[in-house]
Design a binder for this molecule. Structure first.
Ligand SMILES: Nc1ncnc2c1ncn2[C@@H]1O[C@H](COP(=O)(O)OP(=O)(O)OP(=O)(O)O)[C@@H](O)[C@H]1O
Length: 552
């Protein structure tokens, strides 16, 4: 199977080095008269039970630069920044901040020293207001803002600076969409007058236009001399916003301070993975796939959720991947959630294998053969303190409980085979999901539905309809997943479709929707404004449609 499309924006992988990368760190980019580092981390080591998360990492960050951290899922990026942010104590190593030794005892100490951190899974308090979250634990909260109105005014000023003056400071944070929560987290970081801001995948929850806004803010901050440590799995972003890149692999820095714009993608990827990886989408079946004699699995008729989307109709056939492209807030995620039953529609209906699915009832949806990997995996999909095995078998689609101990063995065998297929690391089925890196947690969610798909194949439901997984709904399936593993996930999703599962997905990354989906539905302001074959659309015209409402 050859690559259908290559979204690598650097020289092709074939021009990269053939052999494995050198073991030691590469020398920093540039020479001579650069500014003295604001931050210097030396020999940072951190172990967790059974895992050496950091094994002597060095990192230099200069004032006013955007220093990107790259690495596969589980390479140690989050652990490194948690050490910096005072959330983890390192086992060894030293940190100098502004030339002075720095050993934060807790996150507040790091904040006081001018280090603000925006985490991947935002640490906001849902029950508190936007303003309260922004100034949580703040000196000002105790000293200055004796009046709520002052705090709200200051919050509004910060939100406006971030281009989101429309977010009400009094709104409960739990009621904001993902992008809104991200903005609140940024506002909190800005409120501290930090000299170093650490951003762990800040763009993951953002749509295209919001990423531009984020970059504008980052440029403003760095022009003032603030340094930014930026973690992202999106290489094209690193080229756009980054100055230098440090690559982590298995808890070590395999390259420090490479120039972000000029280092070939193939070089970066082979440093990350230790091999050459083609960042490609699997080949699509012929143009007639998903049409003609393949049965229709999902049919959505006139579906409406007041305030979110209006009169949405489409269908997905067995073996077809249909992708929704649209901005955050366009209604795209709400459409998925209503199909799956997390939300109850105001009007319209959802049919699976020709029969209506009870609205607003995810239990009924799962029994009928729907699976969903939601956008916010931590709050919506995972039992964090339970094992990988329990999380993978949670859907019940594999039906392990009825046959006693023999099934325990089959369960474990299925879990192990998914761990291998998706390269979940560490590959121990008994490990609590909470201790996995973000990207590996995402893989666990997918593994759950893959097990279900495999278990039910060829069987029938009591009503005579086909057994197993019929429709997989994926909201941002590769969020937080590294480039190497992305290609594997794309292949897994295509493979599922090839086995007859209907797939409905949303991704903020337009190239991903175009590369993966057989058919693309463009959603704007709660309506489907275009439907076309993925292979016939290009990124620019889709972006134009989702932002301007018309093709180029
Ligand atoms: N609290 C913890 N307890 C046990 N192991 C942990 C803990 N936190 C992280 N780890 C392990 O340490 C390693 C590094 O994880 P880390 O989260 O730093 O990776 P990462 O590079 O940020 O990955 P991702 O790109 O997926 O976010 C992983 O093997 C992870 O499973």
């Amino acid at each position: 199977m050859g690559p259908a499309k290559n979204s690598d924006d650097g020289p092709p992988a074939a021009s990269g080095p053939g052999g494995p990368p050198p073991a030691g760190p590469e020398p920093p980019a540039g020479t001579g008269a650069e500014a003295a580092p604001l931050l210097r981390m030396r020999g940072i080591a951190k172990r967790f039970p059974g895992v050496r998360a950091l094994d002597g990492v060095d990192l230099d960050v200069r004032p006013g630069e955007v220093h990107c951290l790259l690495g596969q899922n589980g390479a140690g990026k989050s652990t490194l920044i948690k050490v910096l942010a005072g959330a983890h104590r390192p086992d060894a190593g030293e940190i100098l901040l502004g030339g002075e030794p720095f050993a934060p005892s807790d996150p507040t100490a790091a904040m006081r020293a001018g280090i603000a951190t925006i985490y991947q899974e935002l640490d906001l308090v849902d029950g508190l207001s936007v303003a309260d979250n922004i100034f949580l634990g703040h000196e000002h909260a105790r000293l200055g803002f004796t009046r709520r109105a002052d705090a709200e005014r200051a919050a509004r000023a910060l939100l406006t600076r971030l281009g989101h003056g429309e977010i009400p400071p009094r709104r409960e944070v739990g009621r904001l969409p993902a992008a809104g929560r991200q903005v609140v987290s940024m506002a909190r970081a800005l409120s501290h007058d930090a000299r170093l801001i650490v951003m762990d995948e800040p763009s993951a929850a953002l749509a295209h236009d919001e990423v531009s806004n984020l970059f504008r803010i980052i440029r403003e901050l760095t022009a003032e001399g603030v340094a930014v440590v930026y973690i992202s799995h999106r290489l094209e972003e690193i080229r756009e916003i980054g100055d230098r890149v440090t690559v982590l692999k298995d808890g070590r820095a395999v390259a420090g301070g490479l120039p972000a714009r000029t280092t070939p993608t193939s070089r970066v990827v082979s440093l990350m993975t230790g091999r050459d990886v083609a960042y490609v989408f699997p080949e699509r079946p012929g143009p007639d796939a998903g049409s003609g004699d393949r049965p229709e699995v999902l049919r959505v008729e006139g579906l409406t959720l007041a305030g979110s989307f209006e009169d949405v109709s489409f269908s997905v056939r067995a073996g077809e991947i249909v992708g929704l492209a649209g901005l955050v807030g366009s209604g795209r995620s709400e459409i998925l959630e209503t199909v799956y039953g997390t939300r109850r529609p105001t009007r319209g209906r959802v049919l699976l294998d020709g029969r209506p699915v009870r609205p607003g009832d995810t239990g009924a949806a799962v029994r009928r053969g729907m699976g969903m990997a939601p956008e916010e995996r931590k709050s919506q999909a995972l039992l964090l303190h339970e094992s990988v095995a329990r999380n993978v078998t949670l859907s019940g689609l594999g039906r392990y409980s009825s046959l006693g101990w023999l099934n325990r063995r089959r369960e474990l065998a299925d879990v192990r085979s998914q761990i291998a297929a998706l390269d979940i690391r560490p590959g121990d089925p008994a490990r609590p999901v909470a201790t996995l890196s973000g990207g590996n947690q995402q893989k666990v969610v997918l593994a759950r539905w893959l097990v279900g798909a495999a278990a039910g194949r060829g069987t029938a439901r009591p009503d005579g309809s086909p057994g197993g997984l019929r429709l997989l709904v994926l909201d941002e399936p590769t969020r937080g997943v590294d480039v190497g593993a992305r290609a594997e996930l794309y292949a897994v999703i295509r493979d599922l479709a090839d086995q007859g599962v209907a797939v409905l997905l949303v991704s903020s990354e337009v190239p991903e929707v175009l590369g993966l989906a057989d058919r693309v539905l463009v959603v704007r302001e709660g309506r489907i404004i275009h439907s076309g074959a993925g292979r016939d659309l290009d990124e620019r015209s889709v972006l134009n449609m989702i932002m301007e409402g018309r093709a180029l």
